[in-house]
Ligand binder design. Structure first.
Ligand SMILES: [Mn+2]
Length: 359
């Protein structure tokens, strides 16, 4: 197994890549749907603000062939591999998610991105097919020693405002009008599964030809419905439905152990066993939580409900040889809380993998 680090758009710099290399990583996952930051220095891990994770820019040059080429070049220049892009920009596929009038145009653009990834040798496209997105989390001092972390405490739910999807704003003017009647209409489970099925039916042949894996991330928080819109994978058994939509080997899972641990009535170890055995994991989000939806907190890797060493052992026994990234971590109290939190998780992971390699 290989150790990687997920870097948000604003963190894709030579300095952060060297940080990853120094912390023992060999691989990078570029998380580029938007900046995920606000007000300069602060790196937002969660945001209760109405505008969610902020604005998704359609014209970010990183998504062009040249932009992706330069990104890969920058990663490689620091002695690292670019394993995956994580999440399409909401501004590029809102009508794929919402089944709106721009769907065909936007699908054509997504296909172009996947073809470009194939030409450049970027192996995996991680995606999260969701309308409400990672909404409703709040920060508290719930992690060990009062460390700040994000969690979900069953907040009152409001409909998704017009101009927003995936917890990001794709149409600023429409969003700012804040017309209370302009909201995303309720979406049923049958509708959202149909949209995913159509998305995969079109994307998988393109991904196969390009040699790129499409990696499905489960719904976080894993609730059957959020903000009036149904969600897809909120229980360990549900991944099978995604696999059953298309048997292609490029139809894979971005396996988020944190989200799986949050899933009600789901045995995390059995779920890891089942899908690693099936050989369907593209890469793994390696993080821990305490509690289950709709009440949980994200915790340090060694301090949540899930025995993460046992998770690694199961992955190892089933021959998983892909990349693990910390996903998120609590923030360590110091001058560089995000860096320290990640370095802690990466150090733990490196030691754990060494131990497993010896057994
Ligand atoms: Mn995740």
């Amino acid at each position: 197994m290989k150790i990687g680090l997920g870097l948000y758009r604003a963190l894709l710099t030579p300095e952060h890549l060297r940080f990853a290399k120094q912390a023992g990583c060999t691989h990078i996952v570029a998380h580029i749907p938007g900046n995920f930051s606000r007000g300069g220095a602060k790196i937002i891990t969660s945001d209760k603000a109405a505008a969610g994770f902020g604005i998704s820019e359609a014209d970010d040059p990183i998504w062009t062939y040249e932009g992706l080429r330069d990104l890969k070049k920058m990663v490689n220049a620091e002695g690292l591999e670019l394993e995956a892009l994580e999440n399409f920009a909401p501004a590029h596929w809102y009508d794929v998610l919402l089944d709106g009038p721009q769907r065909e145009t936007q699908m054509a653009h997504l296909k172009r991105i996947v073809r470009d990834m194939g030409k450049l040798g970027i192996p995996t496209m991680g995606y999260c097919f969701t309308l409400a997105g990672v909404w409703g989390r709040s920060e508290s001092h719930a992690a060990r020693g009062g460390a700040r972390s994000v969690g979900f405490q069953n907040p009152p739910q409001t409909p998704i405002p017009g101009g927003m999807v995936w917890n990001m704003v794709y149409d600023v003017d429409r969003f700012n009008r804040a017309d209370p009647s302009d909201v995303v209409a309720p979406v049923t489970a049958a509708e959202i599964w149909d949209r995913l099925a159509r998305f995969l039916a079109e994307m998988i042949p393109v991904a196969e030809e390009a040699g790129v894996k499409l990696a499905f991330h489960p719904d976080d928080p894993p609730l059957p419905e959020l903000r009036g819109t149904a969600r897809l994978v909120t229980h360990g058994d549900h991944f099978q439905r995604v696999i059953d939509l298309n048997p292609s080997p490029v139809n894979t899972i971005e396996f988020c152990v944190g989200t799986i641990s949050e899933m009600p009535n789901t045995d995390a170890y059995a779920t890891v066993e089942r899908y690693s055995q099936a050989g369907r994991l593209a890469y793994v989000h390696f993080r821990n939580v305490q509690g289950k939806a709709p009440y949980y907190h994200e915790m340090f890797v060694d301090d949540g409900d899930t025995d993460m060493l046992r998770v690694l052992q199961i992955l190892h026994q089933n021959g998983f040889d892909g990349v693990l990234i910390p996903d998120h971590t609590p923030l360590l109290e110091c001058a560089a809380p995000w860096h320290a939190g990640m370095a802690y998780a990466l150090g733990w992971l490196k030691a754990a993998l060494t131990l497993i390699g010896r057994t």
